[in-house]
Design a protein around this ligand. Sequence first.
Ligand code: PEP
Length: 262
Amino acid sequence: MTISNKKPFIAGNWKMYKTIPEAIEMVRALKESSPEVTGAELVVIPPFTALKDISKVIEGSSVQLGAQNMSWEEKGAFTGEISAPMLKDAGCRFVVIGHSERRQYFGETNETVNKKIKAALAHDLIPIMCLGESLEEREKEKTIEKVGSQINAGLEGMGQEEMSRIIIAYEPIWAIGTGVTATPAQAEEVHAFIRERLAEIHGNKTASCAIILYGGSVKPANTYELLIEKNINGALVGGASLEADSFIQIAKEAIRAYKEKT
Ligand code: PEP
């Protein structure tokens, strides 16, 4: 199962929001509007509890499903954990790995990220690997160093075939949930660096096909200016993905930008 950056990739991370009825209501609305945005890959990433119900609602539509986290273990005595086969069973195609909130509050490291990516790939899930710098690191001009080390450690042991099934999301921590977005130039600089680093390690073809998302206070009003940048292939959206209208609007803006730049 490979992926392609020919269409913009728009994923909505719902974090710890929505009960099952709320999730179903939102996804029904999304499904209704989804024929308007077939020019984008549209993915919803709800809490675990809503996955199975949502997978039934989106059947027959272009809306796809992802999870917010998983264990690197396949099964066993690991109370509170959810495994890759369980996510597949619930209808997921994607899984977010190493979101900054998981790194910040739940002790995730580059090493656990690496183990989770390997486990996701082994079970035919597409990992969306998150990385990005803190405000302090940006102010100390350590952004590239931080992102470079996260790529090196998080993707250690991956070959070209694995890389063709991994999505990278650059999410500056200072822009997540703050309303402060990276400027298109700031985002593009890091995206270009990520693509160059992938080219150094895996060659130009792998790098040019890679899907590199931007995340951090993406909204309908700033999607076009971000997505028009050469190396930005889509968005990982938090707050603005919780309402069907704004999420669809983001997908439309992404399609508009993609049409213009390709
Ligand atoms: C996120 O949760 O990955 C995110 C980018 O959140 P927000 O869009 O709310 O900043």
